[in-house]
Every structure is written in C-alpha cells, then in structure tokens.
Write a protein that binds this ligand. Structure first.
Ligand SMILES: [Zn+2]
Length: 219
C-alpha cells in the first residue's frame, strides 16, 4: 500500500497508491520534519509509521490547504504545525466537494473518513521564508509566490540536495496550476536553489531536468 523511498541520508518520501500521493520526512539530530500529513486521520496515523525510522520529536509543515495534504495532522499532535500565513483561511474549503467525489466513486469509506477528520490549523506561519534547525540539519520552508495555490510552501534540504515542492510539481500527471501566469516564476525560484532531487506532491521524485521540461510544456 505505502512504501518508503530514501532520497538521501535521513531524507525520505512515502508513496501512496491513493491519489498517487507523496509525503515527506526529514530527520535531524534532534527533531524530524514531517512534510504534509495526508487526507484523513487514518492516513495520518499510517504515516506516523515514521516511528519505524525515527523516535525524535516531530514538527509538521503543510505545503498547502488542499484536503489531501493536511487532514491527517491530528495523529501527530501535540506538535508545531507550520504553514504559509494564508493557508489557514483556505483549509477545509474543498472538503464537501471531495466527500461528494468519493461517494460518487463509491469510495464511501474515504468519504466518511474525510467527514470525520479534524481540521487542525497551523500553530506557526511564514510569509516568505523561514529556516529551521532540526539539529545538525538546516531546512528552509519557503513560499515562492503564487503557483498551485496562493500559499504554497516548499521545503529545501540543501545538505541532501532535496527539495519537497508540494503540488507545484507533479510527476504522474500535468501539474494543476491555480495561478498560471505566476506558476513558472514560482517553479523557477525552486529550481534556482539547485536541488538534485525534487519531490512532487503526487508522483515519483524527479530531477531538475524533468521540472524544466514541465515548465517548457506549459509556457
Ligand atoms: Zn493540491
């Protein structure tokens, strides 16, 4: 069902068949950072399988407010939850639509789980960029401007050459671009940081050349 991919020392992606989703984990010497928590509390609790990898205290960062990225936060509490300052206002807006979609697709269990999931607002917000020290490991949470949403946050792990891009990048499908005129600049800003591996919100990890091709196709 779900599997880990090790992208570098202490940097992992967890892949799910459902929605072809990709969640992330960065382990420092003192803390670990959880990148998105999944679409409901059952998935969140499954993702807490992070405990197989690290028993350090965790903090969560939400890449954006779409349901599949944050409704799994509850099982991680209590912990700090980071997001862009505009994230909270957008959280929950797509819940009803997705409950309907799941019912229509006869995925009634998923619909029920989404209905029951608790909306957990961020405890810490950023405007443009914030650097966190996980203990011997620096990570940067950054908002590259509007792209997939108006509040996307990417996570740069320079020591591993890995960047978690949220839904600004997708691998298995064309990216869903909420702000088409701004999206290329946002993606450019991510590439400018020189990541070797870019982890999309959906699909397999890719390299910068893949993302450049995606940019060209859309412009
Ligand atoms: Zn999204």
């Amino acid at each position: 069902m779900a599997r880990w991919i090790e992208l570098g020392e202490g940097v992992f992606a967890r892949r799910y068949e459902h929605l072809d989703q990709t969640l992330g984990l960065v382990v420092g010497a003192e803390r670990c950072l959880v990148v998105d928590t999944g679409g409901d509390e059952v998935q969140g609790a499954e993702f807490a399988a992070i405990r197989e990898i690290s028993t350090l205290p965790w903090l969560v960062v939400l890449t954006h407010a779409h349901f599949d990225h944050h409704f799994g936060t509850k099982p991680f509490l209590p912990c700090p939850v980071w997001a862009h300052e505009r994230c909270e206002a957008a959280m929950g807006a797509d819940r009803d639509e997705w409950v309907e979609t799941f019912h229509r697709e006869h995925k009634h269990v998923l619909a029920e789980r989404l209905v029951e999931a608790e909306l957990v607002p961020p405890t810490h917000t950023l405007t443009a960029e914030v650097t966190l020290d996980l203990g011997g490991r620096i990570v940067t949470l950054l908002h590259p401007g509007p792209g997939h949403t108006d509040h996307d946050v990417a996570v740069d792990v320079p020591s591993a050459g890995v960047l978690f891009a949220g839904d600004l990048v997708e691998q298995g499908a064309p990216p869903e671009v909420g702000h088409p005129t701004d999206w290329p600049r946002a993606v450019d800003r991510l590439l400018a940081r020189g990541p070797g591996t870019i982890v999309p919100g959906h699909g397999e990890p890719v390299d910068a050349a893949f993302v450049r091709r995606q940019l060209v196709r859309r412009s």
